[in-house]
Ligand binder design. Structure first.
Ligand code: HEC
Ligand code: HEC
Ligand code: HEC
Ligand code: HEC
Ligand code: HEC
Length: 481
């Protein structure tokens, strides 16, 4: 290669002038680098938290940037290929041959090589930083909960109002470690396709078949040894009468600890020396056909429900873990009853409104059944008070309006027609009030060969200190307000 007099800038300019691929690549990478910078600054200044900005800054633009960078050498190669073809006219300053001859004795080439190395290191730095940010972004609540807005809306809305609203989705759904990270990215790809082509199931099916065992997720924060003792639980409800009379149920929950030394729910169920497995008769795991208990000393106890049929079901044996009771630790969907009771108890709805409990539950239920728009809730509540309590409607208009809008908000937080989610779609297995819950196993049907059932005495799980009482004495004794 003959000694070139042109400085490297001139060589590049010449390449861009001759070859549109290289020029296109250069423009593309420059513009996308600039845009990434702008988006990152907007993000840092917290001017916008739109997930689409994250998608652009950390997923789309970096791809464009790398594509642009690759286009430059590709353009240069193409240029050489054109001039190296037999019969093609090579510019006088260049010898024939597809690849350039690199002669490090030439100061020009040395300088050129230095620049290329520096630029490459710089680019690798940018790309790795941005892809690290991209991965972090894909783990963010924003990405999981808001990108496919309609799809994740029910779970996101429930999550946002739950005790885990500060715990990232990935802490429960992926957990630590590389294998699950890769698995999640692979299944994520399938999910993106399913959403793109609208082939996913509505509502999203539960239980989640491939959820990670809870030792690796829940137990990162709630380790079994930590639990101790009993906990008083006060449940406030309201009657269907005109005064919306409040009643209280007081339970002493025997939660207990993770060791068998003292009794209780956790003491038995998350005891590391007891392994419980079960086979469900249905996809929802609501009817249990077989339970097997294996203790550290090797003893085995088996319970069978002869009436439950596992026909047409895979009959998979599942190791019982936290999720079998706490299936709704964060995606907590209420019943109309629970929703209205909760709003009355927290005084978001004024209990002075006559029959508001009864009306609220009716309106919430009927709106879902008739698949009406949630705005109609406002009209129904107004109409009810206008017709039945005209004086109150005239003087206490604001109270009625506020109750109506709270009811609408309760509806929008629990019912998602586009996703096929309505009252009761996602039942809670903790307890036995709104679903079979604990009684899936703690019943008389699942028995040993000797006919013994799984313990079902009320006191095993809790002491009922008061049950739907208007003014329980026990609360005075315990000085609970
Ligand atoms: C505290 C742990 C936890 C967090 C945080 C969490 N989830 Fe879940 N999620 C669960 C559990 C447990 C289930 C499965 C219940 C089952 O299998 O019965 C679930 C189920 C789901 C389902 C299936 C539908 C359903 O309701 O059963 C979707 C979708 C989902 N989660 C999305 C999300 C999104 C999006 C976020 C973040 C905004 C998130 N999850 C945060 C624990 C969590
Ligand atoms: C990243 C940490 C983290 C993970 C993972 C996690 N939790 Fe929690 N959990 C918390 C925090 C924080 C609270 C709130 C404590 C509080 O409000 O006092 C909580 C509260 C709870 C509560 C009590 C809720 C209430 O009504 O007061 C339950 C039950 C619970 N978690 C179960 C689970 C289950 C089941 C899983 C796994 C699916 C899980 N957690 C995963 C951090 C976590
Ligand atoms: C057999 C069912 C069952 C299993 C299995 C189970 N729990 Fe619980 N857990 C309960 C019940 C019932 C309560 C009490 C709920 C209440 O008081 O409202 C509870 C309470 C809790 C609380 C709140 C404790 C407090 O002091 O307020 C946390 C946190 C919790 N569980 C986490 C877990 C974790 C983590 C696992 C798995 C290692 C697990 N649970 C397994 C039934 C279960
Ligand atoms: C296998 C354990 C278990 C057994 C047995 C059991 N319960 Fe419960 N019970 C629970 C749990 C768990 C809850 C839910 C607490 C919560 O809301 O977190 C509950 C809740 C309740 C509630 C409050 C429901 C509500 O929301 O208003 C009442 C009342 C109740 N139980 C009564 C009984 C009676 C009466 C018996 C005996 C026939 C009984 N339970 C047997 C576990 C049990
Ligand atoms: C998949 C089946 C299954 C489910 C669901 C289940 N349990 Fe159990 N539970 C068992 C078995 C099996 C035993 C052991 C019975 C025996 O040894 O006789 C047991 C024992 C217990 C004990 C200890 C009883 C004792 O005699 O000391 C408590 C407390 C308990 N369960 C609470 C609960 C609560 C609360 C729930 C619901 C939140 C629940 N269980 C749900 C299977 C289950």
């Amino acid at each position: 290669m003959s000694e070139k007099k042109t400085p490297w800038q001139a060589a590049l300019v010449a390449l861009f002038a001759r070859n549109w691929i290289a020029l296109f690549g250069a423009v593309l990478s420059a513009v996308s680098a600039l845009l990434i910078g702008v988006f990152v600054i907007i993000g840092l200044l917290q001017l916008s938290d739109s997930p689409y900005m994250g998608i652009m800054a950390f997923m789309v633009l970096p791809g464009v940037f790398v594509f642009g960078l690759l286009a430059i050498p590709a353009g240069a190669l193409w240029e050489r290929y054109k001039t190296a073809r037999p019969g093609a006219e090579a510019p006088s300053d260049r010898a024939a041959g597809l690849f350039p001859v690199i002669d490090l004795n030439s100061p020009h080439t040395r300088r050129m090589a230095g620049i290329v190395i520096v630029l490459t290191v710089l680019n690798l730095l940018i790309i790795s930083t941005v892809s690290y940010q991209g991965v972090k972004f894909m783990e963010s609540v924003q990405f999981c909960g808001k990108v496919c807005h309609t799809v994740m809306e029910p779970e996101y809305a429930a999550y946002a109002a739950s005790p885990h609203s500060r715990v990232a989705c990935v802490e429960c759904h992926i957990g630590p470690g590389a294998p699950w990270f890769v698995r999640s990215k692979l299944s994520g790809l399938g999910q993106v396709l399913a959403v793109t082509f609208d082939t996913y199931e509505k509502p999203i099916p539960t239980p989640v078949r491939n959820l990670r065992p809870s030792q690796d997720t829940c137990e990162q924060c709630h380790w079994p040894e930590k639990f101790t003792g009993d906990r008083v639980k006060v449940i406030t409800k309201f009657l269907d009468d005109e005064a919306n009379t409040p009643t209280k149920t007081v339970l002493l929950m025997h939660i207990g600890g993770g060791s068998a030394s003292h009794g209780g729910i956790h003491s038995w169920h998350i005891n590391p020396s007891i392994r419980t497995t079960y086979i469900a008769a249905d996809e929802q795991r609501q009817e249990i056909a077989h339970v097997r208990v294996e203790k550290a000393d090797g003893s085995v106890l088996e319970f069978t429900n002869t009436k439950a049929s596992t026909d047409g079901h895979d009959g998979e044996e599942r190791v019982m873990d936290c999720i079998d009771c706490h299936n709704r630790p964060t995606h907590i969907f209420q019943t109309p009853m629970q929703a209205v009771d909760g709003a009355l108890a927290s005084k978001r709805i004024d209990t002075a409104l006559p029959y508001i409990k009864k009306l609220g539950v009716e309106v919430l239920t009927e709106t879902a059944e008739a698949q009406r728009d949630s705005d109609q809730i406002l009209e129904r509540v107004r109409a009810y008070y206008e017709e039945n309590y005209p004086d109150l409607y005239a003087s206490g208009r604001e109270t009625v309006e506020s109750a109506a809008s709270v009811l609408k908000a309760l509806y929008d937080r629990n019912v998602f027609p586009k996703m096929g989610v309505t009252w009761g779609t996602y039942g809670n297995n903790l307890g036995h009030e709104t679903s079979t819950g604990c009684f899936r196993c703690h019943n008389d049907e699942l028995v040993t060969a000797e006919g013994e059932a799984i313990g079902g005495d009320c006191d095993v799980c809790h002491t009922v200190l008061a049950w739907d009482e208007e003014d329980p004495e026990i609360l005075d004794q315990l000085q609970i307000q």
